[in-house]
Design a protein around this ligand. Structure first.
Ligand SMILES: O=C(CO)[C@H](O)[C@H](O)COP(=O)(O)O
Length: 233
């Protein structure tokens, strides 16, 4: 059995080979992206000049601790490359993201980047998105009304539910960096991610959802045989 952390680190290490001196980077969130920031920091200590926009307060704290220079999208609105993990990756490189709750900033940062590399171990590859619960970030105002409207959209899309308000291990409601809540939708199989993405966006109160359509340029997938590029570099 391969060590999952070693696989994530392999994917992160390969992604580092696409980072060039002077690049403006989007820094992802999650355990795989954490490996990337660790490895990037080693290169920065060795003289690599980059500047990064973190996709969460957790990643910001890590990057600051490791002396990776940071900026914001207000100062640096266009980025060269974002490197981030994913919860699921389909053959068209559509993604489910947001398992770590950072989907809103992750999507803003990826959208501001010329390219996005997804790093993951092979367990994240699926034929059809939906096995992993789809995170939907919602405003606190009108939460129950929004939840019902989202449930209708999911029902029409063939998602059986349940639709759960995300809670932390201590039982308290999970609050995102933007001060919102997350509804996790059990879909099992998302037959048409593009249509579902559009319908979720149309619900007032939905801030963002974890379907990342057409944002990933390519993926680096690590398995015990090595880390392979999936898609066109
Ligand atoms: O979208 C994310 C956080 O919001 C993460 O990228 C996703 O959950 C994957 O995390 P990990 O690398 O820990 O499996």
């Amino acid at each position: 059995m391969s060590d999952p952390e070693a696989l994530k680190r392999d994917a992160a290490a390969k992604a580092l080979s696409f980072v060039e001196d002077g690049m403006r980077l989007g820094l992802g969130t999650g355990s795989t992206a954490k490996h990337f920031v660790d490895l990037l920091a080693e290169r920065v200590a060795g003289g690599l000049r980059v500047i990064g926009v973190p996709t969460s307060e957790v990643t910001r704290a890590q990057a600051e601790r490791l002396n990776v220079p940071l900026t914001t999208l207000d100062e640096t609105p266009e980025l060269d490359l974002t490197i981030d993990g994913a919860d699921e990756i389909d053959p068209a490189l559509n993604l489910i993201k947001g398992g770590g709750g950072a989907l809103l900033r992750e999507k803003i940062v990826a959208s501001a980047s010329a390219r996005m590399i997804v790093i993951a171990d092979a367990s994240k590859q699926v034929a059809t998105l939906g096995r992993y619960p789809l995170p939907i970030e919602v405003n606190l105002f009108g939460l129950e009304a929004t939840r019902r409207a989202v449930a209708k959209v999911l029902d029409a899309a063939g998602c059986p539910g349940p639709l759960n308000l995300r809670k932390k291990a201590d039982g308290h409601v999970f609050v995102t960096d933007g001060g919102h809540m997350i509804l996790d939708a059990a879909c099992e199989r998302i037959a048409d991610p593009v249509a579902l993405a559009a319908r979720l966006h149309a619900v007032p109160g939905v801030v963002e959802h974890g379907l990342f359509i057409g944002l990933a340029s390519f993926a680096i997938i690590a398995s015990p045989g090595g880390a392979e590029v999936v898609g066109r570099v």
